[in-house]
Design a protein around this ligand. Structure first.
Ligand code: ADP
Ligand code: MG
Length: 261
C-alpha cells in the first residue's frame, strides 16, 4: 500500500492507496470547506454538462476527508491547452453560479503585492510594472462566472477512455475566465501566445480576444504574486527554486507585457 504524500501547493495531505476491494483511490484531508462542499453540491450539477471531476466515493465531514476516484494518467503541460480542455473550461465559465455554493475568495491585496516585491527584489522598472498590474487587477475578480481557480496541468488527469478530469477544487470561485486560461500557458508566456490562446478559447465562449489577451497577462502577474507568497507562507521547499526562476525571467517578461496592459 502506497502512502506517499502527493500534495503540491496545498495544505491538505493527498494519498493514493488501494482500498479493500482492490481499487486505487485518492484520499485528500483535511480539504478546505470550499472543496468539501464542491464535491457534494456542485460537482453533480457540473457532470450534467460534461464538466468532469473525479467521482466522490466516500466522505468524512468531521475529518473533512474525501475519498475520490483515482484518475490514472497525468496531463502534460503540452496537452493541457487542448480543445477538449478549453471547451470544458468554457462550459464551466458559462454555467450559472448558485449563491448557495461555497466559493474561495480570490483577490490581490496591496500588502500581498508588497510582500511579493520584497521576496523577489526586482529592479525598479520591473517592480513598477508589477505594481500597475496589481492596480488594474480588479477586473479579474469582479466577474460573476464560475472558475476552477487552479487549472494548471498538475490538477488534470486523463481516464482510461481518454476523458480529461479536473481535480483540486480548493480555489473554486467566481471570476474572470482568464484566471483559468493563464495557467494553460507554459512559464510566463508572451503576448503572442496570449492572443493565440484567446482566439482558440473564443470558439467556445465568444468574448473580445484583445481584452482576453490583456487580462491573461494580468492573471499571470497575479499568479506570480500568489505562488511566491503562498510558498513563503507555507514554508515550502520549492520556495528558492521559484524565487530564482522569477528573478531571472520576470524583468524581461514585465518589459514585454507593459505594452499590452
Ligand atoms: N483524483 C485524483 N486522481 C489522480 N491523482 C490525483 C487525484 N487527486 C489528486 N491527485 C494527485 O495528487 C496531487 C495533489 O492533489 P491536489 O488535489 O492537486 O492537491 P494540492 O492542493 O496539493 O495541489 C495532484 O497534483 C495529483 O498528482
Ligand atoms: Mg493541485
Amino acid at each position: 500500500m502506497t502512502t506517499e504524500n502527493l500534495a503540491q501547493m496545498g495544505a491538505a495531505r493527498v494519498v493514493k492507496r488501494v482500498d479493500a476491494a482492490g481499487i486505487t483511490v485518492i484520499e485528500k484531508a483535511p480539504v478546505s470547506k470550499v472543496e468539501y462542499a464542491f464535491y457534494h453540491q456542485v460537482a453533480p450539477e457540473l457532470h450534467g454538462v460534461e464538466i468532469l471531476t473525479p467521482a466522490l466515493l466516500a466522505a468524512d465531514p468531521s475529518a473533512r476527508a474525501l475519498t475520490l476516484e483515482a484518475i490514472p494518467y497525468p496531463v502534460s503541460q503540452h496537452n493541457v491547452a487542448s480543445d477538449a480542455i478549453l471547451s470544458m473550461l468554457a462550459r464551466l465559465h458559462r454555467f450559472a453560479p448558485d449563491k448557495k455554493w461555497h466559493y474561495h475568495t480570490h483577490r490581490w491585496p496591496e500588502a500581498q503585492l508588497e510582500l511579493s516585491l520584497q521576496l523577489l527584489a526586482l529592479p525598479r522598472e520591473a517592480a513598477d510594472v508589477l505594481r500597475r498590474c496589481q492596480r488594474d487587477s480588479d477586473s479579474l475578480f469582479a466577474e460573476a462566472g464560475l472558475i476552477s481557480g487552479d487549472s494548471n496541468a498538475g490538477n488534470w488527469g486523463q481516464r482510461e477512455n481518454g476523458e480529461f478530469v479536473l481535480f483540486d477544487w480548493e480555489r473554486f470561485s467566481t471570476g474572470h475566465p482568464v484566471i483559468d486560461l493563464a495557467p494553460l500557458i507554459k512559464g510566463m508566456g508572451s503576448p503572442e501566445e496570449y492572443q493565440y490562446l484567446a482566439m482558440r478559447y473564443c470558439r467556445f465562449n465568444r468574448r473580445s480576444e484583445n481584452n482576453l489577451a490583456r487580462e491573461i497577462a494580468l492573471a499571470k502577474a497575479w499568479i506570480v504574486s500568489e505562488v511566491i507568497t503562498l510558498l513563503h507562507d507555507r514554508q515550502k521547499a520549492d520556495f528558492p527554486h521559484f524565487q530564482g526562476w522569477y528573478r531571472r525571467y520576470l524583468p524581461d517578461w514585465l518589459r514585454e507585457v507593459q505594452k499590452i496592459i
